[in-house]
Unconditional design. Structure first.
Length: 146
């Protein structure tokens, strides 16, 4: 497990960009963290590292549930499970097809994922609100190349 710390939005973007540059297709990234912990900011950094031309277009898909971006190696799916209520919602997204695609799949609120992802990278974000710092615990799977 790798540990990273961030004291600002810029540092969180940098952490995401560093991880994004190291990723190769296909890869599932599961994000865990409380509301406001920086998951979407991290995804913006991942997108930058993955070659998305305009990372400022990356935003939380809380209401659309799925956003797609084009990176240097192909499609990046960005899912937000915050509002999901069960298996029916997961299937309505086409989740099995997305997970089976040869792409990067990033899932916010991954604790709501009721299916098993193959060899996911897991990133847990812990917020220390008193110090306004974040700790990132990054568990890389065997497929993620460093």
């Amino acid at each position: 497990m790798e540990i990273e710390y961030s004291n600002s939005e810029q540092e969180t973007l940098r952490i995401g960009e560093k991880i994004g540059r190291e990723l190769h297709l296909p890869q599932v990234i599961l994000l865990y963290g409380e509301l406001g912990s920086g998951k979407t900011v991290l995804v913006r950094g991942l997108a930058r590292g993955l070659g998305v031309q305009d990372p400022t277009t990356v935003h939380s898909p809380s209401f659309t549930l799925v956003n797609q971006y084009i990176g240097k190696e192909g499609i990046i799916y960005h899912l937000d499970f915050f509002r999901l209520e069960g298996l029916r919602d997961l299937y309505s997204l086409g989740l099995e097809e997305i997970l089976g695609s040869h792409s990067i799949v990033i899932i916010e609120w991954a604790e709501k994922l009721l299916l098993e992802a193959e060899n996911p990278m897991k990133i847990r974000i812990f917020l220390n609100s008193k110090a306004d710092t974040r700790r990132f615990e990054i568990s890389r799977c065997q497929q993620a190349r460093v």
